[in-house]
Every structure is written in C-alpha cells, then in structure tokens.
Write a protein that binds this ligand. Structure first.
Ligand code: ATP
Length: 513
C-alpha cells in the first residue's frame, strides 16, 4: 500500500469504527470540520490527560487554567493577529480552486530538492563505497544547475515573504511556470491577503466595537491571565501556565483530514522566566517535549527537530517537533522563545502593570516566555497513523489492528462471554465487568463468534480481551488475549485487575518521563 492509499484507508477506518466523522455529515459535511465519535473522544481524552498530567502534576511550578474562547478584541491587536495573521492567497480561474501562494512556491522548491537528491542517489549507486556526497554536490553539473535555480527562487521568495510583496509572489509563480494541479493551467488571479481569524458579533460592546474574534490560539488566554495566576497562586519565576482548549482558524487550504482543521484543539504551555535565561529554558523544553513523545514508544526515528531559520518578529528561537505522517515529516508541535513580546504588548495596550517583582534580587522585569504548543488533533493523527497495521496471518487471512499505546487506547478491556444464550456465562461476564469497570473503560460484547469479536476489538485497539467460558465456572479463570501478540493465557479472575493495570495505567507512562 502506498502512503497515500494508507491515508485514505485510515480515514475510512476512523469513520467505520466511530473515531472521527465529518461534521454535520447528513448535510454533506462542513469543510475541514470534524466530530469525534464514541471511540475518538476516549482516545482524545486520554491524549489530553497524558499531556495535562505530565505538565501540571509532574512539574510543581506549572499550573493549569481554562480561559474563555471569546476575548476582548484588543487582545488580538496586542498579539499581532489583527495586523499579521494573514496568508497570501491565489485562485486558479479555471479550476476555481484557492491555494496559498507560499505553499505553491515551497512545493516547487521541494521538487527541485527532490531532483537533486535523486541525482545524489544515482551517484551513490555509480561510485559505490568511494562516493563522497559533499564533493558530488559541489561538482555535478546537473546538481549545480538545479542548485542555482533553487537559490535564485528561494532568495526571491524569502525577500517577498519579509516585505509582504504579493506582486512578487505572483511573479515567482509565473516565472517558475507553476500550474494548478487540478486544471493544469497557469491562469492565476493576483495574490491577496486573507486574515485567518473568524469574526462574529458580540452584543454588549460599545458602538463600532462589536466585532470580536474566535481565538486562533489558546496562548493569549494565558497571557491575559498571567498576572491573576501569578498573584493568586503566589507563583515564583520561573513558572508555567498550561491550558487545553479549542482554537479556530479559517484555514485557506484545509486538507489532510484532521491535520489542518478550521476548529481544532491546542495544548499550550507558557513558561515564564527571567530575561537572559530563556535560551536555557528553550533547550530544556525542547528535550522535555521530545521525551514526552518518544515515551509513547512510537519509534524515535519518526520524530525530528526542525529549527527555524526565519523567526517571527517576536521570537528569538523557534523549533518544531516534526512527526513522520503518512504524507511525510510535518509539524506536530512548536516550541518558541517568545521574549516579552506578548506580556509587553498587553502591558502597553491595557495600561496594566504586568511586571514581576523578584523578592530575592529586588529587581522588577517583564518576564520572558518559552511556549510549547501542540495540536490535540495532530497528536491524535500521529497515534492513529502509527497504530494502523494490516497484518498477514497464517492461512492467508489478515487482520487490521490498531497498535495504540495501551494507556491511550479508548477501550482497555473487552469482556466476552463465549456464548450469549448461556446465562451462567453472561452472568459471570457481568460480574467481571463490575469488577473492572471502575478502573478501566470496558466494553461488553456477546454477539457473533469469538473470532469476530476479537477482530472488532483489534480494529479499535483494545489491549485485552477477556473471555468467560464454561471452564471459568469451575476454575475461576478467564482467557486473556493480548492484542499485539494474540497470545492467550488463563488468568484467575482475582488477578485480572492487577494484570491489566500493569499495562494500561497512564501513570506507568508518566513515571518514565
Ligand atoms: P502550520 O505551519 O502547520 O499551519 P502553525 O505553525 O501555524 O502550523 P502554530 O500556530 O505554531 O502552528 O500552532 C501550534 C500547533 O497547533 C501546531 O504545531 C499544530 O499542532 C496545531 N495546529 C495549528 N493549526 C492547526 C490546524 N489548522 N488544525 C489542526 N492543528 C493545528
């Protein structure tokens, strides 16, 4: 299966098993808006709990808040979103499709890079052991030609980006002969600016100021509450404030399923520190966040750092943690050193004093801030895309299994009486349910053959199936089947809780952080 096909199959699987549905599907859906179904919400809650506990329980100097989605409109002036949260847009007049001009140019540059990489691979094959890649890149005429083209376009593009020169964006698209992938034509409109914030009307604000925005990030809720938390929590710098909540962006190109949505959820933590110490904390949080990801056991090779060369005007360091999605390495989480940009601007615009008084040194300063920001939905997609496996079994059969890290799995245990019309078995199964349901999310299933029931549980990633059969009535043991190995073992009912807990308890993950 190609990665593209795998992705399509995964989207279908998400719907079939109640993980994710298109929003308002009976009305044909709403672009880039999705609902989490009965399985999805459990997985999503587990991801959020893993993050929340790792932040607020394992760090004594981090506390959480839950700020409102609606915020005073001045918030977005101070944060820079009103002036600068824009994408350069271009339409193809034939296909009537809209694209981000910067993405079209970046894709074009990506293709040049691919060509150069292919040339290198050819060289490697030709020269074998003696191959010197650096030298080859410096001397091979094909690579040099492509590199010159790359440098010229890249230089123009970066300059246009810095100066917001939309005419130049269009000129680059025309000069490179970039065509619309759908219509195949170069019939482009001019490039226009498009603000990504959703606006709506708010009743009680003064005249002319009744437009407010749905927050495009949760972070500003933390900044405007900073002083309240610092004072009421008697927090001493350095300390952090964590928050999980919805964010809204009117994304221009909203494809790739839940990777880029118009309504999504973020888990953000702002860590306030003394100016001059922010690089230490930036490094600290980069490592700490990577460890949080790797701790899930989804393969260290699937993550990488991408340090930003070009920094947003407010940042003095920025890095993404990228994950290998089915469509390649892409941003999963951002870690930014935001200086005192946010607090400073809120201080100026609100006229409130947001300075910190250091009781030890007697100094007053506006704290600097290091942010970690991850999308819950993107995290969900990493877990699912990594988990989805089609496995060949003996006898030409195959099974679909979601190898979700056990502490995140939506259902932890399926309780299955072997036969549905034997009350002794169903009664015993209900007893087992009652024993386990306070600790674990359990599912009781009695329909279909046991083999089919196992397959259904594999498809939603349930780590354990517990089967109650006639022997159980005599020896008090049940058959425990392991999702990953499919091995089966007889376990006394009295030991069941501890056995399951050892594998699925979230605290075991947290202990390794
Ligand atoms: P991108 O470059 O992919 O648009 P970004 O750099 O704008 O992302 P940030 O503003 O840094 O993203 O947001 C922090 C995190 O929020 C991202 O790393 C991502 O996980 C998540 N996120 C951002 N936009 C979306 C979206 N439209 N849908 C889902 N998750 C998102």
């Amino acid at each position: 299966m190609t990665q593209d096909e795998l992705f399509k199959v995964l989207v279908a699987h998400c719907k079939e098993y109640g993980f994710i549905f298109p929003s308002s599907e009976i009305y044909d859906g709403l672009a880039a808006v999705y609902d989490y179904g009965q399985m999805g919400v459990e997985l999503k809650n587990n991801i959020k709990k893993y993050w929340w506990d790792a932040m607020t329980r394992l760090n004594e100097n981090i506390v959480g808040i839950d700020a409102a989605v609606f915020m005073h409109p001045k918030t977005w002036v101070a944060s820079g979103h009103v002036a600068a949260f824009n994408d350069p847009l271009i339409d193809n007049k034939d296909s009537k499709k809209r694209y981000r001009a910067d993405n079209l140019i970046e894709d074009y540059l990506g293709k040049i890079e691919e060509k150069m990489d292919k040339e290198v691979e050819k060289g490697r094959k030709r020269f074998g052991e003696a191959f010197d890649e650096a030298k080859f890149r410096e001397t091979n005429p094909n690579i040099l030609r492509e590199k010159a083209k790359y440098d010229e376009i890249h230089g123009r593009y970066k300059k246009a980006e810095e100066t917001n020169d939309f005419a130049e964006y269009k000129q680059i698209i025309l000069d490179c002969g970039i065509v619309d992938p759908i219509s195949g034509t170069k019939n482009w409109t001019d490039v226009r600016q498009f603000n990504l914030m959703f606006s709506t009307q708010f009743g009680s604000l003064g005249e002319g100021a009744d437009t407010i925005y749905l927050r495009p990030e949760t972070a500003q809720g933390i900044f405007v509450d900073y002083i309240n938390v610092q004072k009421t929590g008697r927090m001493k710098i350095p300390f952090g404030i964590a928050q999980i909540g919805k964010a809204f962006r009117n994304e221009v190109v909203a494809r790739q399923f839940i990777f880029r949505m118009r309504e999504f959820e973020q888990m953000e933590m702002e860590f306030f520190c003394k100016p001059g110490t922010e690089m230490e904390w930036f490094k600290f949080w980069k490592e700490k966040r990577l460890k949080w990801h790797e701790n899930l056991g989804m393969g260290a090779e699937n993550y990488r750092f991408h340090d930003h060369e070009k920094l947003a005007h407010y940042a003095n360091a920025a890095c993404d943690i990228e994950f290998k999605f089915p469509f390649g390495f892409k941003e999963l989480e951002g870690i930014h050193s935001r200086t005192d940009f946010d607090l400073g601007n809120h201080q100026n615009l609100s006229g409130r004093n947001l300075q910190y008084f250091d009781p030890e040194s007697g100094e007053k300063f506006t704290p600097y801030c290091v942010e970690t920001s991850i999308g819950v939905d993107r995290m969900f997609l990493t877990v699912l895309s990594h988990a989805y496996t089609v496995e060949e079994l003996e006898g030409g059969e195959s099974r679909v299994v979601l190898r979700i890290p056990a502490p995140l799995a939506p259902v932890k245990v399926a309780v299955l009486p072997l036969l549905k019309n034997d009350e002794r078995l169903t009664g015993k199964a209900q007893e087992v349910m009652n024993l386990l349901k306070y600790d674990f999310n359990c599912q009781y299933e009695e329909k279909d053959t046991i083999g089919r029931r196992y397959r259904r549980q594999d498809a939603i990633g349930t780590p354990f199936c517990v089967t109650i059969d006639h022997e159980t009535l005599n020896d008090g043991c049940v058959t425990v089947r392991d999702r990953d190995t499919m091995s089966q073992e007889r376990v006394p009912v009295a030991e069941l809780r501890a056995r399951i807990d050892a594998k699925v308890n979230l605290n075991n993950l947290l202990r390794n952080l």
